[in-house]
Design a protein around this ligand. Sequence first.
Ligand code: COA
Length: 349
Amino acid sequence: MLRSKIAGIGMYVPENIFTNNDLLKYMDTSDEWIQERTGIKERHFASRTGETTTTMGVEAAKIAIERAGITAQDIDFIVFATLSPDYYFPGCGVLLQRAMKMKEIGALDVRNQCSGFVYALSVGDQFIKTGMYKNILVIGAEKHSFGLDFSTRGRNISVIFGDGAGAVVLQPTEKENQGILSTHLHSDGESAEILAMYNPGTHANYWVKEKLADFDNAEVGEMFMSHAMVEKAQNFPFMDGPAVFKKAIVKIPEAVMEALHANNYQPSDIDLLIPHQANLRISQVVQQQLGLRNDQVHNNIQKYGNTTAASIPIALCEAWEQGKVKEGNLVCLAAFGSGFTWASALLKW
Ligand code: COA
């Protein structure tokens, strides 16, 4: 049976590094608080001019394409996952197609936040398996630094996130025991408002009022975007951190176990787990629940923060570059995020 393999992988993070201490200029926080609660020491932020979610995606894609031994002209489909697109519409997929001078191929944007890359990988996998496409570019990229509240009011969210991009080229393989063995995708929209950016949007407060009775945005929901939204700082993401934490530590291990069971493996068979880099403490609880050793889990949130859709391809690329992922290895990707959505992918490298 035709399977998809990752034929090339690349990552890009902007040059500018912001340490926890650099954030003190903008908000009341501390290096100690951030490291203790999240494990994060620093993150990369895009340059103020000329660097966008798409341009970062392009840089990661160039490397993935070169490592796959093909050219941008050979790509026959793009799947671009991001929650921080250059434009509200059109999506980043078409901007990348233009920037990389690709053929007039299909370009699909995936909006599944922190699970975005695994969802995008799963979409690409289906097109390879049916034989429809032979070289699919899957990208996860984010420019969070332009959309966060860096005042003390927004500190519970803004200290967590960073910018960057990761990309893979998927190709078919007929080799037995190689490639993507399975993907599993899930959602539970009941808690959609717990980690969300409401504005700009068309909700007219319909959902927000029902779910968050104390959320003071009665007037600002009347328009897609308004001055009031900006005045009330309601153009920034909202997160109930502890609620996200509690759900993530249940759903990520569940998604890993589901992937393992579907392929007759157990946690001890995993060579490397790449959990979405949401928070180091979440990854540590997941590791503990699955009974994995330190060398079975790759974390790099300390250096990059949470880069949402980019976190898994960045971590996978880094692990591969460090020689932690070799041919024949069993690699599990597992994500959880806003929606809530969660997902896993099991691969034989
Ligand atoms: N610096 C200093 N203090 C901060 C702070 C910051 N950056 N952010 C919040 N605080 C304060 C709060 O105001 C609160 O103060 P109070 O006790 O005086 O009210 C205190 O720290 C504790 O806040 P709380 O939200 O209960 O902290 P927490 O231990 O839950 O940690 C998170 C907050 C966000 C780090 C944690 O909940 C978390 O990581 N959740 C998961 C988030 C996540 O992974 N999101 C991405 C999902 S994909």
